[in-house]
Design a protein. Structure first.
Length: 914
RNA sequence: GGGGAAUUAGCUCAGUGGUAGAGCACUGCGCUGGCAGCGCAGGGGUCAGGGGUUCAAGUCCCCUAUUCUCCA
């Protein structure tokens, strides 16, 4: 059955699933191909995976943002376990040690291969199940097998596995528990040891699927047989059982982990029998739309297919990354996006698409994956706008490059050559971003060759430089066990109490658990219950005091969440001795806490107001809630106008005047979502979330401290709005007492200014306008008076003209006249003289002398050069100078020798005449 | 993380170490029956910011900021 281009792949796929048939791509369009295997769509595979592991006790966590949170070692989330690193190295302990997810990931290191091979992508989804110190090899291997063969119904006989050469445990489980014949297991060395430097690491086991069993069985299985094209890796099971220590040694991990990853795109290509990952329901609708836009057909020409695939791949990456708040820019993450987009636009040109089109594909990506990743649907309009603007920008870059190249080619031709130097081609590419293949096309058109060798050489030098400068960064920490040794329970009572009695449960000093601490010790301690809020969600920690009866006073300086989830007080013992199990009275600095709650609730109101005024694309990118001010970073493309700032400020204050009740409730995450709560960046999704609702205005998930009603905030005032990164703005604001003090200070400044202007406060702006106009007029008047004075001076000077060697000559001292004045007078005198030499000198203060020499052009031919003359004159006062033959200037230092220098000028002129 | 480049009038950009410019836009006057109408005159500058070299820096050097771009 022949299938034309116009029918739409989406329709094809819909009918496919119902018919339980699938297609294989052929060079002439698509045709159906019936077979007795289940055709499964990507959404179903994803869903079945997480549900399968949920049935094995795993908690399903949603995909984390592509932008790493609190992890400077990563540009992007690049693996399913990347957002879970904090659990792997033990710096945080998860509620449930079994986790499963489908994680969006970005990797751009193999970008050159994307579109050319069957399975390289810049963005992919990784299905994973994880054990944090819970189950290990003997559970995970059979589960993986069960999922593949029973849930997805793959043919058992087509699987092969690799294990690490020394991993006998894994071999035993694969052969005896799962029942795979030993000849389908390959022991390899480097490939099967997962190690990324310092931190947890361990052997792994990879599961391969034989795509061409009809080729017969290999004598010895190895994944690289048949150039690695026959056996497709579908799943990697990593058994992290060692710590890779800072000194390079390996030690057994106290808590062993499991980290697995199965590529969704690969599973799709197998289950849908797609020749490549692109021939699946994840990509075909995008390719189909691109085909429609370009009028070209997929699967008719290999070069065009590369273009179709690159575009389909890159638009996914760009859509998702922009959706996660990373915007195109000239550096870091943003630059990755920019380059991907440009690369796609270049391939668009291959298909004959010359105008911005990538943005129109955002909708298709949303259609395909929006159900699991709703952010790309809700932010669609914003994503489209960003991409369209970026496409337009690139067209400008291309046009600029074309004109630069045209200039260079003209020069090359002018020199009678027909080769474009490699360094020129490289300069266009390196500095101006003009693609080398475009340079090549244009050169060919004009019959000019490119020195490709020189270009490559320059590029390689650039690479060397970059490599040499590369430093290793540690991506994970070595697992610690300190907190595992503490078996304690601590309650936070600070939402309602400012002080409480409690028992000291543990004291940590110098990185060790101790029994007591003495005056002056810097310690960390846990209490059975505490009113101290630990820094979290942007809200700073409380400070305060802990009294241990009469025995000791401890000052709390900072409070952090420890890995076990409890509040760890960092403190100094002010006096006495504190022992474990002492009874104590803990009290926070209450005034400070109240100021913090004002700022925190105000932050929520601000967030909502920003979304109302600027649009729904405003997403929190960071927040700091302190006692004296609040800081809120959010995604937004341009600076806010004064009107927008005023509008936001007014909306927040209106909520304050209405004195809305702030309700705080704990509820299930689904109930919170149903209420319309805004989930914050970095928020941890437990079963129960805390919802903070300010009137009907703002609803957010938040674990922080808030006022009881908005009226307590008192007053909200925005202090500044600025840029923090490309596409990220920062607003700083004050509330309550801080706002009052801010306004008082502003008022004082204004009153002060009015006083100095001797004007009423209301008249200050008009008063300044008047003064500025005045200054301008005075300036003009000075200019004109200076001109008149100079003219008068010129008149006087003309009378002093004498003759030296038959040439009209003038040397004069004009103290107090600046360089500009001297030059103007000299010009004037020169204009009055048909022929002559003018030498002017002036002392500037006590340690500086200026000279100007003017010579009429006719005398230049007679040996008198103004530059030479002025230089020698100035030399008398210890200076030098130069200029044009007809006008030159110089400076000197010794004011006392000014007259001497001027006197010498006549002799010099006489000597120069020929 | 490491390179290259740019930043001058409202906009687009020239500018040899020696008097800061052009085109467009703006204001005024005059001419003119339009589609970028013409002429004359005028206003408009922290030469990105800060240091340094120099008698003298928009120009050379260093630092910072912003933007463009390549490599990793």
């Amino acid at each position: 059955m022949e299938h034309g281009n116009q029918g739409g792949t989406a329709n094809v796929l819909n009918s496919l699933s119902s018919l339980e048939c699938f297609f294989i791509p052929a060079t002439r369009g698509f045709f159906y191909y019936l077979k007795g295997v289940t055709h499964m769509k990507s959404a179903e595979i994803r869903q079945r995976f997480v549900k399968f592991f949920e049935s094995k006790g795993h908690e399903i966590v949603p995909s984390a943002s592509l932008v790493p949170y609190n992890d400077p070692s990563l540009l992007w989330i690049n693996a399913g376990m990347a957002p879970l690193k904090k659990f792997f190295d033990g710096s945080e302990i998860p509620k449930n040690p079994r986790i499963t997810n489908s994680q969006k990931c970005i990797r751009t290191n193999d970008i050159e291969n994307v579109g050319k091979t069957a399975r390289h992508h810049t963005m992919f989804e990784m299905l994973g199940n994880f054990s944090i110190g819970d189950y290990f090899k003997k559970e995970v291997i059979p589960w993986a097998w069960e999922f593949l063969t029973e849930e997805l119904k793959f043919d058992k006989d087509r699987f092969y596995v690799t294990i690490h050469t020394e991993d006998d445990d894994a071999f035993e489980i694969w052969t005896n528990v799962v029942g795979i014949p030993a000849d389908r297991i390959c022991r390899t060395e480097e490939d099967n040891f997962w190690d990324i430097g310092e931190g947890p690491c361990g052997p792994c086991s990879e599961i391969f699927y034989d795509r061409n069993p009809e080729m017969g069985k290999d004598d010895v299985f190895h994944p690289d047989n048949h150039n690695g094209e026959r056996y497709l890796e579908v799943w990697n099971l990593v058994f992290t059982q060692f710590n890779h220590n800072a000194d390079g040694s390996y030690t057994e991990l106290p808590k062993k982990n499991i980290d697995t990853g199965a590529g969704l795109e690969r599973l799709c290509s197998l289950l849908q029998n797609g020749e490549t990952n692109f021939d699946t329901d994840l990509f075909l609708p995008i390719i189909e739309e691109t085909a429609r836009l370009s009028g070209k057909q997929y699967h008719t020409d290999l070069n065009l297919d590369v273009a179709f695939k690159v575009i389909a791949d890159h638009i996914r990456t760009v859509t998702f990354s922009v959706g996660d708040g990373a915007l195109p820019s000239n550096e870091g993450r943003g630059y990755v996006i920019r380059r991907l987009l440009r690369r796609a636009v270049r391939y668009g040109k291959v298909l004959g698409i010359e105008k911005p089109f990538m943005y129109t594909l955002v909708k298709i990506v949303g259609d395909i994956m929006g159900e699991y990743y709703p952010e790309i649907v809700t932010k669609r309009e914003f994503i489209e706008r960003v991409i369209k603007a970026e496409e337009e920008r690139f067209h400008v870059t291309l046009a600029d490059g074309e004109s630069l190249l045209a200039d260079v080619l003209e020069r090359v031709k002018g020199e009678g050559k027909n080769v474009l130097p490699g360094e020129e081609a490289f300069r266009l590419y390196d500095t101006y971003g003009f693609p080398i293949d475009l340079t090549e096309d244009i050169c060919v058109e004009q019959g000019i060759e490119i020195d490709r060798e020189g270009f490559e050489k320059a590029l390689n030098e650039q690479r060397q430089r970059a490599r040499a400068a590369r430093k290793d960064v540690s991506t994970m920490s070595v697992q610690t066990e300190l907190y595992d040794e503490l078996d304690i329970r601590s309650n936070f009572v600070g939402y309602s109490e400012a002080a409480t009695s409690a028992q000291v449960l543990a004291i940590i000093s110098g990185g060790e658990i101790v029994e007591e601490a003495h005056e002056g010790d810097e310690i960390a301690l846990f209490l059975s219950q505490t009113p101290f809020y630990a820094e979290s969600g942007g809200q700073v920690a409380d400070i305060g005091l802990i009294h241990v009866g009469e025995a000791a006073i401890v000052q709390v300086l900072d409070v952090q969440k420890a890995p076990n989830g409890y509040n760890l007080h960092k403190a100094r013992v002010l006096s006495g001795t504190v022992n474990v199990l002492d009874e104590a009275e803990a009290s926070i600095d209450y005034e400070r806490r109240v100021a913090i709650t004002r700022n925190h609730t105000a932050t929520h109101l601000l967030h909502k107001a920003l979304r109302q005024v600027l649009g729904e694309h405003v997403a929190q990118a960071g927040s700091l809630v302190g006692p004296d001010r609040l800081r809120f970073d959010f995604s937004h493309l341009s600076g806010m106008t004064a009107e927008e700032i005023a509008d936001v400020e007014r909306r927040v204050n209106e909520q304050i005047w209405q004195n809305e009740i702030v309700e705080i409730n704990e509820m299930g995450i689904d109930d919170a979502k149903a209420l319309g709560a805004m989930a914050l960046f970095g928020e941890k999704y437990g079963d129960v979330v805390r919802v903070v609702k300010a009137g009907d205005y703002s609803i957010e998930l938040c674990g922080g401290c808030h006022v009881r009603s908005t009226g307590e905030i008192g007053l909200f005032k925005i202090v500044s709005e600025s840029s923090i990164a490309a596409g990220v703005r920062r607003v700083e604001a004050v509330t309550g007492k801080g706002a009052y003090e801010f306004v008082v200070e502003r008022d004082r400044l204004l009153t002060d200014a009015a006083g100095k202007l001797k004007a009423n406060v209301n008249d200050v702006p008009s008063r300044i306008d008047n003064l500025q106009n005045n200054i301008k007029e005075l300036g003009k008047e000075i200019e004109s008076l200076k001109g008149k004075l100079a003219a008068g001076e010129v008149k006087n000077l003309v009378e002093q003209i004498r003759e030296v060697g038959g040439v009209p000559f003038l040397a004069a001292k004009l103290d107090g006249v600046d360089m500009d004045g001297l030059r103007a007078i000299a010009e004037d005198l020169k204009a009055r003289l048909a022929s002559g030499v003018v030498v002017l000198g002036a002392a500037q203060g006590t340690d500086k002398v200026n000279f100007v020499v003017a010579v009429t052009k006719d005398l230049n031919g007679k040996g008198i050069q103004a530059g030479k003359l002025v230089k020698e004159v100035a030399a008398v006062t210890g200076g030098g100078g130069g200029g044009r033959p007809d006008l030159a200037q110089a400076g000197g230092k010794d004011v006392s020798k000014l007259q001497e220098a001027l006197d010498k000028a006549a002799d010099l002129v006489a000597g120069m005449l020929v």
